[in-house]
Design a protein around this ligand. Structure first.
Ligand code: ARG
Length: 461
């Protein structure tokens, strides 16, 4: 049959192949409640501009509430013949309110301004959920950091032992990027929180509908400023997608560490049974599947973002049907992240740290060499020379299979007269950590400051 929304100037109906290609209702149906909310706001604007009587407004509004109820209960569903969520719900409204009333609702709007609005209101709600989940993860990281204050571990650069750090400091280093992701979501909200309703197909509407009224009804800060931009831009969707991708990448970097930490060679952590998996053939296995899935899904999120950006790249103004391709990737990003975050947080919350092993390995690999060099600087040796002297000391240790603090006094003096036995004062992990008390350092007071700051963002539960 001919299409319900635009059939009259066409002869016959669309081909089955076109219908199959064009159809979006199987994925945009999740916007149904947002579409109904948009329509409820729109009819108020129609009434206030004189296109509906108060009685008509009330009847349509009641019908829309009834429709929402049917949608929620599943007693109203999209049919294979419905093109998209908008046309399906118009059919539903007409079923309830009758064709005369139901047919008045479409005045002064287009699916173009409709969809541009719904994707915003939908993502704004999803952002609240994601922010809450990210905040929980931050809270868990802070709690774990608090629990393990004073435990040293090897700090690395280039994945080589570099300088000892506190485990707490390392854990908090994974919290701060997530804090910035929260800030990004908050900042994104300012741009997303506007209503394209009233932009019409591209040029605005002629009916004098009040866009402020619609925006207010939808809980948005106000209308968008340019009807072409309002209907044709999706940078708000792309930015949201970028933030979800970055969250995924932040989880993925931590995951990579957890996977390594859980290996027999590292043995830094043990995963809780409830957050790890076994093997169907190898009875001894305990696998970090959550971390691996996080790492894998970060790739998927990058794909979602990249696909969307590629869709937008060549589009002339204003609306093009390509824009329908914004939804599946961003829906996938939402679904991916909202199922990943709780599992990831549970894994981190239950991770068991092998404190003894972390402490044991903290000074390995001559990780206190920088402390020697900086001690020499404090004895007024130029850093260039201090670096060289310490390098010789490390080389001596390697040749004689000694730790830094085990080098005899005479041998130290032979390397440099500046290397007096007092240097041993800084050759402990505790001393090294304590000494790094500069801004943002790993010393205890600095870590406690971080915990206090992060507790304001993610209060203890
Ligand atoms: N389903 C479309 C989208 O997601 C909205 C409908 C606009 N369609 C149109 N032919 N103008 O963007």
């Amino acid at each position: 049959g001919s299409n319900a929304l635009w059939g009259s100037r066409f002869e016959g109906g669309p081909s089955d192949a076109l219908v199959a290609l064009s159809r979006s209702v199987h994925f945009d149906w999740r916007l149904a409640a947002y579409d109904i909310a948009g329509t409820r706001a729109h009819i108020k604007a129609l009434q206030s501009a004189g296109y509906l009587s108060v009685a008509e407004l009330e009847k349509i509004d009641r019908s829309l509430v009834e429709l929402l109820d049917r949608v929620n209960k599943g007693s109203f569903q999209a049919k294979p013949t419905d093109e998209d969520v908008h046309s399906a719900l118009e059919r539903g409204l007409i079923e309830i309110a009758g064709v005369e009333l139901g047919g008045k609702v479409r005045a002064g709007r287009s699916r173009n301004d409709q969809i541009a609005t719904l994707i915003r209101t939908y993502l704004l709600d999803q952002a609240v959920i994601i922010r809450e989940q990210v905040t929980q993860l931050i809270e868990v990281l802070v709690s774990r950091a608090e629990e393990h204050l004073g435990v040293a571990m090897p700090g690395r650069t280039h994945f080589q032992h570099a300088q000892p750090v506190q485990l707490s400091h390392h854990l908090l280093a994974h919290a701060w990027p997530l804090v910035r992701d929260l800030e990004r979501l908050e900042d994104w909200r300012k741009r997303a929180n506007l209503s394209p309703y009233g932009a019409g197909a591209l040029a605005g509407n002629t009916l004098g509908l009040d866009p402020n009224l619609v925006a207010r009804e939808l809980g948005l800060a106000g209308p968008t400023q340019n009807s072409i931009d309002a209907t044709a831009s999706r940078d708000v969707v792309a930015e949201f997608s970028f933030i979800t991708t970055l969250i995924g990448i932040n989880l993925s970097r931590f995951s990579e560490e957890i996977i390594i930490w859980a290996s027999a060679e590292f043995d830094y952590v043990k995963l809780h049974d409830a957050y790890s998996t076994g093997s169907s053939i190898m009875p001894q296995k305990k696998n970090p599947d959550i971390a691996e899935l996080a790492r894998g899904k970060a790739g998927r999120l990058i794909g979602d973002l990249t696909g969307l950006l590629a869709t937008l790249k060549g589009l002339p103004l204003a609306y093009n049907r390509d824009l329908q391709e914004d939804k599946e990737p961003v829906f996938d990003a939402v679904d991916t992240l909202t199922v990943l975050l709780p599992a990831f947080t549970g894994m981190v919350a239950t991770l068991q740290f092998n404190r003894n092993r972390l402490e044991l390995l903290a000074p390995a690999g001559f990780s206190l060499a920088t402390d020697v060099a900086e001690w020499l600087v404090k004895q007024k040796v130029a850093f260039r020379d201090a670096h060289e002297i310490t390098g010789k000391l490390v080389s001596y240790c390697e040749q004689h299979n000694l730790e830094l603090h085990e080098v005899p006094d005479a041998e130290m003096a032979a390397i440099s007269p500046a290397l007096t036995p007092d240097v041993r004062d800084v050759l402990t992990v505790g001393g090294s950590i304590k000494a790094r008390a500069g801004a943002g350092g790993t010393a205890l007071p600095r870590v406690l400051e971080q915990i206090a700051a992060l507790r304001k963002i993610a209060p203890k539960r």
